[in-house]
Each structure stands twice: as C-alpha cells, then as structure tokens.
Design a protein around this ligand. Sequence first.
Ligand SMILES: Cc1cc2nc3c(=O)[nH]c(=O)nc-3n(C[C@H](O)[C@H](O)[C@H](O)COP(=O)(O)O)c2cc1C
Ligand code: SF4
Length: 475
Amino acid sequence: MKPTLDLSAFQATGTETCFHDRHISAQIYAGLDGTNWRLRDYETRGGYQALRKILELGEVDGKPRGMTSDQVIAEVKASGLRGRGGAGFPTGLKWSFMPRQFPGAKYLVCNSDEGEPGTCKDRDILMFNPHIVIEGMAIAAYAMGVKVAYNYIHGEIFEVYERFEAALEEARAAGYLGDNLLGSTFSFQLHAVHGFGAYICGEETALLESIEGKKGQPRFKPPFPASYGLYGKPTTINNTETFAAVPWIIRNGSAPYLAIGKPNNGGTKIFSVVGDVQRPGNYEVPLGTPFATLLELAGGVRPGRTLKAVIPGGSSAPVLPAAIMNELTMDYDAIAKAGSMLGSGAVIVMDDTRCMVKSLLRLSYFYMHESCGQCTPCREGTGWLFRMVDRIAKGEGRIGDIDLLNSVADNIQGRTICALGDAAAMPVRAMIKHFRDEFVYLIEHKTAKVAAARPHPGLPPAGEGAVGAAERQVA
Ligand SMILES: Cc1cc2nc3c(=O)[nH]c(=O)nc-3n(C[C@H](O)[C@H](O)[C@H](O)COP(=O)(O)O)c2cc1C
Ligand code: SF4
C-alpha cells in the first residue's frame, strides 16, 4: 500500500530520539523535546486538566460538575482504547471488571516491565512524559475506586525508575497524589517498584508475585487478578502506554479519540521501529496507518537492500513476509487478519541480508533462556526448539526436523500456564510457514541460502557450520 501522506512535514529537525518531529497526530509524545518532562512543563501542555475535569466540585444548571466513576469507565469504553501491553484487551471493559463495592483494599498496577525484544516505547514515555502516566493512573484509580497503586518498572533501566520517582515527588508536592486530591474526597497514593530484568516478570501475575517479594513466576488463571490480584485483593493491571492514553480521552472525549484510529482500534499507537531501517526509533501514529508510511517515517531500509520480512508486534508475534506487510495497515484487527499480532508494537524490520534460520535461532535461544521452568511443555519444549534450530543452523539437520519443529511447537502452544509458551511456539511455526525454503536449503546444502548470512570463507571456526557462531557462544 502506497503512503498517502506528504512525509516531508515529518522530517527530523534535531537530535534523532523518541521526541523528534516524526510522529503523526501525536497524543502521548506531543510537544516533547527531551528536556520538558517536569510538572510545570506537563501543566503547560494541558497536563492534569483531565484529572481536574473529573474531580470538579459543585453544580452547573442543577447538575453536578465532574464525572462519576461510571461516566469515566463509559468514556474509556466508548473510545475503543485497547491494552497496549500485548493482548489488545478493551481497557474500559477491563476496568468494569473491578468489583468497586469490594469493602477491602483494591489495587491498580502499571506494567512498565517492557521486556519484549524490540520494544522501547514505555521507557521513553516514563523518561520524557512521566506525569501523563501518573495522571492516567489517578483517573483509572478514581474510576475503579482504588486508593493505592504501583508502577512496576523494568530493572535494567534504572534511570527511568529514578525519573519516575522524581515525577512522583513533584506530583505529591502539588497535590495531584495524596489525600483529598484537588479538594475532593478522592485520595490516591502511587508508588514505584523496580524489577530485576526477568522477561517473565512482564506477565501480569508474575509481576504481582514479584511486587510481593516472591520469585516472579506466573500464577494459574483463574482466578484472574480482577478477583485475586496483588496480596490476594482485586487488582487491575494495564500497560504504561494504556494509562498514558487516558488523559487525552478524558480531556477531548471518546469520539475524537476513536475518530483518530479505526473502528475498534481507537487512537494513536507508539511503534518501536527497529532492525534494518535507517532511523530506528519510536513513532507515534494513528492506528490504521499503512505499514509503508511507518517504514518511510523510519527512513526505509538501507540503500541497496530490499524489505524481506517484518515481525510486527515484538518477538512473540509471528513473522510476515514483505508482500503481506506492504499491503497492511498497522492496527490490531488488520494484523490479526494477516496472521500475526500487533502485540507490544515493536516492529522488527528484516531486509534481504537476513537468514531466517539464524533469526529463529536467536529467538528460540531467548525463549529457552527466559522460560521460568514451571511447566514441562515450556521448560523442555523451548530447549528442544532451540537445539533443533541450532542443529539445522550448524548444517547438521535432517529434513524431518522441519516437521518435528512444528510438532514440538504444537505441543507447547496452548498447554502452558502463561503465554510465554505460545510466544516461543508461534515464531517457529510462522518462520517455517513463510520461509520453509531456507530451512530446506540449509539442510540440503549445509550452508545458508542467504549469501550474506554465510560465514566468511576464511573465518568459520572448526565445527561452526553454516551460521550462528555468535549465537552458539551465548548458548
Ligand atoms: C511472557 C509475557 C511477558 C509480558 N510482558 C509484558 C510487558 O513487558 N509489558 C506489558 O505491559 N505487558 C506484558 N505482558 C502482558 C501482560 O501480562 C498484561 O496482559 C498487560 O500488562 C495488560 O495490560 P494492557 O491491558 O494495558 O495491555 C506480558 C505477557 C507475557 C505472557
Ligand atoms: S509457560 Fe513457561 S514461562 Fe509461563 S509459567 Fe509455564 S514455564 Fe513459566
């Protein structure tokens, strides 16, 4: 699909980071320059107006000002906002599951673990616009009758955790957090927590275990967090970008938000465009933007290269070949229809120099390494997958290995406690479905089909085979 926009308006003007001027209809990254993260800057951009709007006291024309919890939830439902953490679950609907009349403690949790390979948007939201998350969480807490919340931040990016703590201090001092916010009866405390870098702690129930100080391993579901969450209490968990979308919706209304995207796919989405592009980075664009436009914003593939394939939603999403991607719009429904998922929004671009066997080897290693080990299909299966792909990559594979790989993936998918098992299995099946010829070629010729992926004739260490010396070292 050809881009329909004049992209000259979006050329970078300064330092090329997440806050460069290459977004379309930005809502979360709008007005950021990399330094203006403080409270006064956020207020200048209209920050905390949405919180003021819902908490407004008094009456106008005999009707109460402000918004009730039901009205806030209805507005978020009508906006079509879907969770930005991976599954795309409708946010307003999730909020309505919270048993608001539950008499004891209830919690709200922000998932800023962001461990999905390729994804780097949440850390930039927290670094350059932290108050938008605080405001979004305060509105969510009001809507669900929650008084205490936590933001769980990935442990390997400590400067982001420190930045968020600094923003929390500002919000507390200004009365946006604490008792009786803005003179209302609503009180809300928000705390930051940091993890220690385990990918599995991004899974919502493993994350809850980790906050509780336990080993981060997923829980069986049901019961779901809405009834048995943090410390066994009703809990709602949303992704950082999901909360960051909320102030715009409350300030401007659900209809304009929905109108920016596509039906059932409201608003903007931040895509982390990574891999073989000239200007990798975070791009906030309306859902439904053609992939070709997004690729062009990111500078396209390097000169002399052609697009080969894209993983459109982080490493757990099935790969799609260029022919499909070039016709695709970037929204939940279109990508699902094409056989993949929007996931976390990391768009991993691969050009014609990429060997798919080698790419799968790297992915399989990751999932084997990150499996928490609780369930047998995932613990054992991810190791099998890696070892079989490794065998093929070394030029020692048998033709039956290809079907065996599919069979092992089949025996993992849908048979585990959490979705990490599916995330390990889906890339295998998609790589074989779309690029079987490369697996067959490597098995038959004992060298990669993609010439650029072959080792330099003088260099391969003894026994290293066709591809993957670096991967083998990490193994
Ligand atoms: C292995 C695994 C890792 C995950 N990592 C993240 C993550 O880093 N950030 C995130 O928001 N969601 C992650 N999720 C999804 C969460 O479990 C959960 O669905 C999400 O935080 C809900 O928020 P949302 O409704 O706003 O998308 C992960 C899921 C799995 C199975
Ligand atoms: S699927 Fe894997 S990561 Fe998830 S609980 Fe089972 S062993 Fe752990």
